[in-house]
Design a binder for this molecule. Structure first.
Ligand code: NAD
Ligand code: ZN
Ligand code: ZN
Length: 355
């Protein structure tokens, strides 16, 4: 280790998943030492992403490490660094993202597609993440957070913000056009409404229940379609656009398969459907005929690269995106998962690692 502050403890509080399916157990574990190209971050706050719940439940085809410390929206302070780390100093504010590290040498890394790196390390999945007081990340990949930015409020940007900002860019939607945000009351969705608005787009939010509708409206959405109440979702979404021909882009952020079967029916001809949410065992389904004759683009979008990260943070630092969050102690993580599982969270929960 090249440099470290003096008061790093040997033991720390963490939330540890010991078996597939959970629960997360709040306990003390050792603080690790960073390798030559790594930093040790004193995580102050971490957002709770639905991905953390998917990871604990074993929802996806790739297994996680076990025992696992989840979390990948960790905002904190560099307290130690390895001998090869020259571009970060002790005391710098940084963010631990889903992409904890990548090889920086493969063709994907060289072309700024580092999330596609075959050697990518994933925080809270293949390496321990930010639901602990001291977490390790590759120096090249930690998000650089300006000192004047509030670490608590910025935490959800580190996955949700980056991901939806990238998804909106991938959609090709231009200022003045319309975008449907599916899952608009959730963590990614609330961010997406705000980023879309900041990028000059009109937003149609789709989610379930009045509380999520109020959230969509208050964050700047032009229309809200309640999937639990509508008699004809496709007609309602199209009708929300001024010419009735549907939105130019759809961001699928929901944790349910049904919307992945509906989106091509209401997207505008020549429009783009962007898959971001990853419900367990889900398949995308679209009619070939319509996809062809209406020239529909269907694609996936996966977090963002280092430049997307800094751009997404810059929107936040300029005050263009403000997202509702609630903060609880790290010890209460399992309660957050329970609410998330029931679809009851509006916006994001952030955990404070000191409690
Ligand atoms: P969340 O639980 O906060 O929000 C999900 C929202 O979807 C909820 O508001 C829920 O009510 C809504 N929903 C459920 N069924 C719906 C339906 N039929 N129609 C419309 N809305 C519906 O979850 P989150 O943290 O925002 O994550 C969302 C998804 O995105 C997760 O699957 C997560 O793993 C994934 N994700 C993907 C990436 C990526 O890079 N592609 C990054 C982060 C998260
Ligand atoms: Zn995430
Ligand atoms: Zn690589």
């Amino acid at each position: 280790m090249a440099a470290a502050v003096d008061n790093i403890p040997k033991e720390q509080w963490a939330q540890v998943v010991e078996q597939k399916g959970g629960p997360a157990v709040y306990k003390q574990i050792p603080v690790q030492t960073p390798g030559p190209d790594e930093v040790l971050v004193n995580v102050k706050y971490s957002g709770v992403c639905h991905t953390d719940l998917h990871a604990m439940m074993g929802d996806w085809p790739i297994p996680t490490k076990l025992p696992l410390v989840g979390g990948h929206e960790g905002a904190g302070v560099v307290v130690a660094k390895g001998s090869a780390v020259s571009e970060l100093e002790l005391g710098d504010h940084v963010g631990i993202k889903w992409l904890n590290g990548s090889c920086l040498a493969c063709t994907f890394c060289m072309q700024a597609d580092e999330p596609l790196c075959p050697h990518a390390l994933l925080s809270g999945y293949t390496v321990d993440g930010s639901f602990q007081q001291y977490a390790i990340a590759k120096a090249a990949h930690v998000a650089r957070i300006p000192k004047e930015v509030d670490l608590e409020a910025v935490a959800p940007v580190l996955c949700a913000g980056i991901t939806v900002y990238k998804g909106l860019k991938e959609s090709g939607a231009r200022p003045g056009q319309w975008v449907a945000i599916v899952g608009a009351g959730g963590g990614l969705g609330s961010m997406a409404v705000q980023y879309a608005k900041a990028m000059g787009l009109h937003v149609i939010g789709i989610d379930g229940g009045d509380e999520k509708g109020e959230s969509v409206r208050s964050l700047g959405g032009s229309a809200y379609v309640d999937y639990t109440a509508t008699k004809d979702l496709v007609a309602d979404v199209k009708a929300a656009t001024p010419d009735g021909l549907g939105p130019h882009a759809v961001l699928l952020l929901a944790v349910s398969e049904t919307p992945f079967q509906q989106a091509t029916a209401y997207v505008r001809s020549r429009g783009a459907v962007i898959c971001i949410g990853m419900p367990a065992n889900a398949y995308f389904r679209a009619p070939v005929f319509d996809t062809v004759v209406r020239m529909i683009t269907i694609k996936g979008s996966y977090v963002g690269n280092r430049q997307d990260t800094q751009e997404a943070l810059d929107f936040f630092a300029r005050g263009l995106v403000k997202v509702p969050y609630k903060t609880v102690g790290l010890s209460k993580l399992q309660e957050v998962y329970d609410l998330m599982h029931q679809g009851k969270i509006v916006g994001r929960y952030v955990v404070d690692t000191s409690k």
